[in-house]
Design a protein around this ligand. Structure first.
Ligand code: PLP
Length: 461
């Protein structure tokens, strides 16, 4: 038996013990398991505001909001109180067999209030992955009811991340994941709108149209009558914060509208304020038919995800006989929904979202853009509270800083060592800080990033 008393205060001995138990017994997601079993990793013990503290009590500014989910930071007593109160009242009941609960009902109604107009129905899951599985089930059901059962194919994009179940990783376009799965046969992938990598001599706007028209070509190749939906993140997050050229989304919208293809906006990262508006589709003027959400909906304090279903789709699936044979034990879990209700209340009623859109986001963008002057920064991509810094050895030739993303990995490790959590994706450093940062904290984030870039420049430049 292991004694799970928290380490308070942190001791070197206690930290070592945890580190070893973790190494020996705990299998981690997206981790080199052999390396971890040998070396272990960082044990995070506590968090407050925008800082995490590891088991040795090292304080790290969290430039990633956890895993893009703790958008309001770690100190939100109203969310904690809402979860606690819910657990004391109704800790669990299911949503199967014509049952419901007040928290799930209230959250659905609150979501209808903050979602783009025309979204009034919500299916709850525990995660973004399950929500994207749900999308496949909903879309197939929709076309079956409309007596177009041959419309089965989903088109997605290379390097997209839509989750880690077999279905969600099939939808995603991560090559490392595809190497380890037998993917669904009815998913196809097109290019991502990654101008810096693929744009060649085209302007971003020209390239945005080219990348969007890859969808049209793929639909022609597969036959419009066979294609059900196109799924994409407004900004590809885990794929490296790929901010699309402004010409991209209007062209995608035109193609989906003309070809009777449902558009799914995966807002697991972009939703709940990350791009400056409630949803990324609003930032880009998209009109999706389904919206995937998770992460920020509960500020990461409870596992919660779901699908927002447009009236167009809902009016079909709610007016046909027969059971929708899909769901999870914890769909509409009361405590998770209570976290969602409290998170929406904070975003909407305390002015955080407004402040982020009007002040913090523009300030973050301005400070990030200054880094485009740095010797090893080839491009800065920002939108709202998202940023990517593409690292190069040579700005003209775009020669990468190091082989296989090693330059970005080196810079990331320097940043973490200096007390800033960021991520390396390919040749980019990415950041998605919480919306509760002050301008001074943004300045510290940028200072630490510059120091990490300087060190990477010395090492690889
Ligand atoms: N969709 C997107 C855009 C994501 O970024 C993620 C996770 O990072 C997912 C889906 C999967 O969400 P989850 O990890 O909650 O299953």
């Amino acid at each position: 038996m292991t004694n799970r008393k928290p380490l308070q205060p942190a001791t070197a001995d206690g930290a070592n013990k945890l580190h070893n138990l973790d190494r020996l017994h705990h299998l981690h997601p997206f981790t080199d398991l052999q390396q971890y079993a040998n070396k272990g990793g960082r044990v995070v013990s506590r968090a407050e505001h925008i800082y995490i503290f590891d088991a040795t009590d090292k304080k790290i500014m969290d430039g990633m909001s956890g895993l893009w989910c703790c958008n309001l930071g770690y100190s939100q007593p109203t969310i904690v109180a809402a979860i606690t109160e819910q657990l004391q009242t109704l800790p669990y009941y299911n949503s199967f067999f014509n049952c419901s609960n007040e928290a799930a009902i209230t959250l659905a109604a609150e979501l209808a209030d903050v979602m783009p107009s025309g979204f009034n129905r919500f299916f709850f899951t525990n995660s973004g992955s399950e929500a994207n599985d749900t999308n496949i089930r909903l879309v197939h059901r929709y076309f079956d009811i409309l007596e177009k059962p041959q419309k089965r194919i989903f088109i997605s994009r290379k390097n997209a991340y839509h989750g880690s179940t077999i279905a969600a990783s099939s939808l995603g376009g991560m090559s490392a994941m595809h190497k380890q799965i037998t993917g669904l046969t009815y998913v196809e992938h097109i290019e991502q709108p990654y101008w810096f990598e693929n744009g060649g001599s085209n302007t971003p706007e020209e390239y945005g149209l080219i990348a969007a028209r890859a969808l049209e070509a793929k639909i022609d190749e597969l036959g419009e009558e066979n294609v059900a939906a196109f799924i994409a993140e407004p900004i590809q997050g885990a794929g490296g914060v790929i901010v699309p050229p402004t010409s991209y989304w209007p062209e995608i919208q035109r193609i989906c509208d003309e070809r009777d293809i449902l558009l799914i906006s995966d807002e697991v990262i972009c939703g709940f304020g990350r791009t400056g508006n409630w949803f990324g589709c609003e930032t880009y003027g998209m009109k999706p038919d389904l919206i995937t959400f998770a992460k920020g909906v509960s500020n990461g304090f409870q596992p919660l995800g779901g699908v927002a279903v447009s009236d167009k789709v809902a009016n079909v699936i709610t007016t046909s006989d027969g059971e929708f044979a899909h769901g999870f034990t914890y769909s509409g879990h009361p405590a998770a929904c209570a976290a969602g209700i409290a998170t929406i209340a904070l975003l909407r009623d305390s002015g955080i979202l407004e402040h982020t859109r009007q002040h913090l986001g523009p300030y973050f963008r301005q400070r990030c853009q200054e880094l485009s002057e740095h010797a090893i920064v080839g491009e800065v991509r920002t939108q709202g509270m998202l940023a990517a810094f593409e690292l190069v050895k040579n700005k003209d030739s775009k020669e990468r800083l190091g082989p296989d993303g090693s330059g970005a990995q080196f810079a990331r490790d320097c940043a973490i060592e200096s007390g800033l959590m960021v991520r390396a994706v390919g040749d980019s450093i990415i950041s998605a800080p919480p919306f509760v940062c002050s301008n001074d904290e943004i300045n510290i984030l940028i200072d630490r990033l510059v120091a990490a870039l300087d060190a990477a420049s010395d090492e690889f430049g």
